[in-house]
Design a protein around this ligand. Structure first.
Ligand code: SAM
Length: 267
């Protein structure tokens, strides 16, 4: 099993996302643990951990970490860095298996949007429920319908950066064309990566990724049917309520004994 769409990008993922504030993400995840758990979790699963930046940020705060991702290339980037106290597993979000339960599960940077059907979403949430201690916390985020419609839409973007290694400093460009269909809720991303080689020539790699837009209603109902009770939906790291123009929703849910018929969906 492999996770396509992150083969070439894995080499430059951390560089192109250098400005992403993973310490802020880790602080907010901890704030959610504090708010919704009776005690600090010891073992945390970081689902779709990618190159492990969030996994390492949480490990540095003293949590024992498991990182699960479906991309061998993203995991090799993670494993190339010191990872004492972190167990990385190459597994699919829809079928992963752990040795036991964990106190909390994180899944960051819209990784849940990579699940393209409600069945896949349910399979993933059911496994999260399965591997969470009773009362354990699931913290994840998604891109909102507003972001799919306005930021992605049919727009094209280019990211430009420089890579420095033993061969000097070279340019890297990543361009992507979006094609979002409101009918299917699927957004296709055609990515082209141009990496300057030591010779000065450029190597081009093309990748295709897809994300699915989910309404809050579907997310919460799927959580409920998987035995995860929604506890809150926020639009930033200060626990603010979402607005119509929020680009990201942060959700917290707790594992309950069994899928509850009366599980409350938040307004
Ligand atoms: C946007 S990246 C986020 C990575 C990481 N969470 C971060 O914050 O940097 C999405 C990740 O989801 C992983 N992914 C997507 N679909 C997956 C699936 N079905 N099973 C496992 N991993 C998947 C990709 O390999 C990629 O590493």
């Amino acid at each position: 099993m492999g996770c396509e769409g992150y083969s070439a990008i894995a080499r430059v993922y951390d560089r192109l996302g250098a400005e992403i504030d993973y310490e802020g993400w880790a602080s907010f995840a901890e704030a959610c643990f504090d708010r919704f758990l009776p005690a600090r979790p010891k073992l945390v699963l970081d689902l779709a951990c990618g190159t492990g930046r969030m996994t390492r940020a949480l490990a540095a705060r003293g949590y024992d970490m498991i990182g699960v991702d479906g991309s061998a290339e993203m995991l090799s980037e993670a494993c190339a860095l010191p990872h004492d106290g972190i167990l990385y597993l190459m597994q699919d979000l829809r079928s992963f298996e752990l040795y036991g339960t964990v106190g909390a599960v994180t899944c960051c940077l819209d990784s849940i949007n990579y699940l393209l059907t409600e069945q896949d979403l349910h399979a993933c949430f059911s496994l999260v429920h399965n591997y969470l201690d009773p009362g354990g916390l699931f913290f994840f985020d998604v891109n909102t319908p507003f972001k799919f419609a306005t930021v992605y839409g049919q727009n094209a973007y280019i990211l430009e950066d420089e890579l420095t290694d033993g061969d000097g400093t070279r340019s890297v460009y990543c361009g992507w064309q979006n094609d979002y269909s409101p009918e299917t809720g699927i957004c296709d991303f055609e990515l082209s990566l141009f990496e300057q080689l030591p010779s000065g020539d450029y190597r081009r790699s093309d990748e295709h990724q897809q994300e699915r837009c989910y309404s809050l209603d579907i997310l919460q109902r799927t959580l409920c049917s998987a035995g995860l009770e929604p506890l809150g939906v926020f639009s930033d790291f200060q626990f603010s309520a979402p607005t119509e123009t929020s680009e990201r929703w942060y959700l917290c849910a707790k594992a309950v004994k069994a899928p509850a018929a009366n599980c409350a969906v938040l307004p």
